[in-house]
Design a binder for this molecule. Sequence first.
Ligand code: GLP
Length: 241
Amino acid sequence: MNILQTKGYDELSQKAAEFIISKVRQNPEIKLGLATGGTPQGLYDKLIHDHKQNFTSYQKVTTFNLDEYVGLEKDHPNSYHFFMKKTLFDHIDIEPSNTYIPNGEVEDLDAECLRYEKNIEELGGIDLQILGIGSNGHIGFNEPGTSFQSMTHIVELTQSTREANARFFNKPEDVPTQAITMGIKSIMNAKEIVLLVSGESKKEAIKQLLSEKVTEQFPASILNTHPNVTVIVDEEALPKL
Ligand code: GLP
């Protein structure tokens, strides 16, 4: 794993944006895996700024989001569909039909998981996956204990993840109990991965990741076995040595 330490969140977002922009410019048809949560918001702001300033185009880019809550309508302010539109897609020239997000509204969720996975495969797989990390080591919504062989599937969210995400909702009990997420194997299939880790609350998580102990009890630890991972981490999460 390549580790890139930055002073603070702004520099982390800037470095991540430079990384993504250079990849998009090298390959305008790149397939990007996208993450939600608080951490990538700064990155998305910078991508929008660059798009307006330097005209980096996303017209031929395809995106796949990691996950979506089960049971929230697409235009629900807490759905990841809404989040992506609001924080990125509405502000760049990406074709809405090239943006894929699991559909948590369908009746047959298992069929949706298969369909999503097939979509990724048919479009040639993900070139560059952007990831955040939960304080318990979850990636996407793959909670501790998830099989490293998992593909897109339905998960029951742990209490700690629901609590961590409650800040985005009106009431903690509004946080859905289930989500649909790309599996660990689907994430590991990406040709390249960039993991963003920011803030004090991720201190333990980054420490555990860098200990290189690979265990299903700490989902992100699998990244130690991927050939092309860059971790961008700020000083709050990983104090400079
Ligand atoms: C959610 C998302 C993850 C994200 C994690 C961390 O659970 N499903 O993809 O990485 O939260 O979020 P944050 O960046 O807000 O700490």
